[in-house]
Design a protein around this ligand. Structure first.
Ligand code: SAH
Ligand code: SF4
Ligand code: F3S
Length: 468
């Protein structure tokens, strides 16, 4: 297992102290605006950036044009995510012209791609710092150079050794995200992640347990263990042998942590041991996100997903047998190059067969350098959009019907805070991860309450608190 050495982290620590001193003598604390695009792993990376910024004496604001420092932490998984970043970077051009002191940085997955790096270098000259996912731990050094007027392009730094002990600034109390592994070895033919995040690297169990124990001491109630293929955890750890199921059980022993979730699981690595851990360990939530991508064997093969439709269905059956009340969700790609209308109908029939609670669906987006990007398209854009719409309407009905089973039931809900739309309501989640809105005040945040479910919508439930 490769970790960044204490000496290299110590250098960053010293630079943080230097910047902190510089910031302490200016009249007004400089403000940073950090915006995240992409998945929960990226959000966790941003929490680390913000942790480092806080250590360096920065305050925070929620608008780019009010900030002294802007950081975009980017995602490369689909074109629309990239276009949004480029659009927002473009908008900063006049702001930088007006305020040349403004520092602008872009980091994250997009910056691990050579063609994007080039594009930024050529066309976005107002950017001060470009750094990839592997250089995250070096942010203090990068920022220090930029503060001294140097442009920084730091995108290649090792294969991504793990940096332990970075500060993390979490805004998500009582929930905490904990990345337990990084990277992906699967090379699904459409996906950019293995190219921008590198090979699978698991953190050591001791480091993970120490982080979760510290979170429990701070009062956090729920942890979300994160990895691109979180259930492949430990496959790369030499010697130790802790499996993901074992890790779940070890995390569950930590007092104060009431709930454990995890994301994302690859169907090929759903083991009986993992299913047993979900079934037997009360703190492990009865929720599983298991991306299937397609219901057609031909498309699954072309996607290099390494399972067939029937293998996937058997996994779902095995899970439901031992955990009958499991809340299941999945990801679907519509319009993969070799997908015909017939293949698409196989996906529809799979949705009807499994009846997922929630489906996250995406229109296929070609990614530079992936094998699928070179495949000819079977369907045109119009047909793909029609299929996409059809899928949404089929699934929305199923999601709605799934939620209709809840009114009348009593659910344990961990309150996450005030509702964003109605200040008289709080919002929280059931063990299975269903959102519940209930009348209540902010003081309930972090408590697990019993609620009677009174009503349901397609995406959420309404309830009344019957016991604190
Ligand atoms: N590691 C996870 C998820 C990775 S990305 C997994 O294997 O399932 C999250 C989702 O984005 C994927 O599940 C997939 O549905 C979608 N996705 C990835 N690449 C895509 C692409 N090129 N076009 C459209 N959707 C894509
Ligand atoms: Fe991408 Fe496949 Fe890896 Fe998921 S498993 S991150 S979809 S390559
Ligand atoms: Fe996007 Fe990178 Fe996550 S490509 S989905 S932010 S790992």
């Amino acid at each position: 297992m490769k970790e960044i050495s204490a000496e290299r982290l110590e250098i960053q620590q010293k630079i943080k102290e230097k910047i902190r001193t510089e910031n302490s003598i200016v009249k007004q604390k400089p403000l940073a605006f950090v915006e995240t695009y992409g998945c929960a792993l990226n959000e966790n990376d941003s929490e680390k950036l913000c942790g480092m910024l806080e250590d360096m004496g920065y305050g925070f604001c929620d608008r780019a044009d009010a900030a002294d420092l802007v950081i975009f932490n980017t995602c490369a998984v689909r074109e629309n995510a990239e276009l949004k970043v480029l659009g927002n970077l473009g908008k900063l051009k006049p702001v930088k012209k007006e305020r040349p002191d403004l520092l602008i940085g872009v980091c994250g997955c997009m910056m691990q791609q050579a063609h994007i790096k080039e594009q930024i270098q050529k066309k976005y000259k107002h950017i001060d710092m470009v750094f990839g996912t592997h250089a995250l731990y070096k942010f203090p050094e990068i920022l220090d150079s930029a503060r001294m007027g140097q442009k920084v392009f730091s995108t290649e730094d090792s294969e991504g050794e793990i940096a332990e002990g970075l500060s993390v600034k979490r805004e998500s109390f009582p929930l905490a995200k904990v990345s337990v592994m990084f990277g992906c070895n699967n090379f699904c033919s459409y996906c950019i992640v293995p190219y921008v995040r590198g090979r699978e690297r698991s953190r050591s169990p001791e480091n993970i347990l120490a982080e979760v124990s510290a979170l429990a001491k701070e009062g956090f109630k729920e942890v979300m263990l994160l990895g691109q293929n979180v259930n492949s955890y430990g496959n790369d750890l030499a010697g130790d042998g802790t499996s993901f199921a074992q890790l779940l059980k070890d995390v569950a022993k930590i007092d104060g942590i009431e709930r454990i979730r995890f994301m994302t699981s690859h169907p090929k690595d759903i083991s009986d041991e993992l299913i047993d851990a979900i079934a037997s360990e009360p703190k492990v939530c009865k929720q599983l996100h298991l991306p299937v991508q397609s219901g057609s064997d031909k498309v699954l093969h072309d996607m290099n997903r390494k399972y067939t439709r029937s293998e996937y269905l058997s996994k779902v059956e095995a899970v439901r047998k031992k955990v009958p009340d499991i809340v299941l969700s999945t990801d679907i790609i519509v319009g993969f190059p070799t997908e015909t209308n017939e293949d698409f109908e196989d996906t529809i029939s799979l949705l009807r067969e499994v009846r997922f609670d929630t489906v996250y669906s995406f229109i296929y987006s070609p990614r530079v350098g992936t094998p699928a990007a070179k495949m000819p398209m079977a369907l045109d854009e119009k047909e793909i959009h029609q299929n996409f719409e059809k899928m949404l309407s089929v699934q929305n009905e199923i999601s709605r019907e799934k939620n209709e089973a809840y009114p009348g039931s009593i659910q344990k809900v961990l309150v996450e805070g005030l509702s964003k739309t109605n200040p008289e309501f709080v919002t929280g989640r059931t063990d299975g991860g269903k959102i519940v809105n209930m009348k209540g005040n902010e003081e309930l945040t972090g408590e697990i309450v019993e609620a009677r479910i009174t009503d349901c919508k397609t995406w959420s439930l309404t309830g009344e608190i019957i016991q604190r």
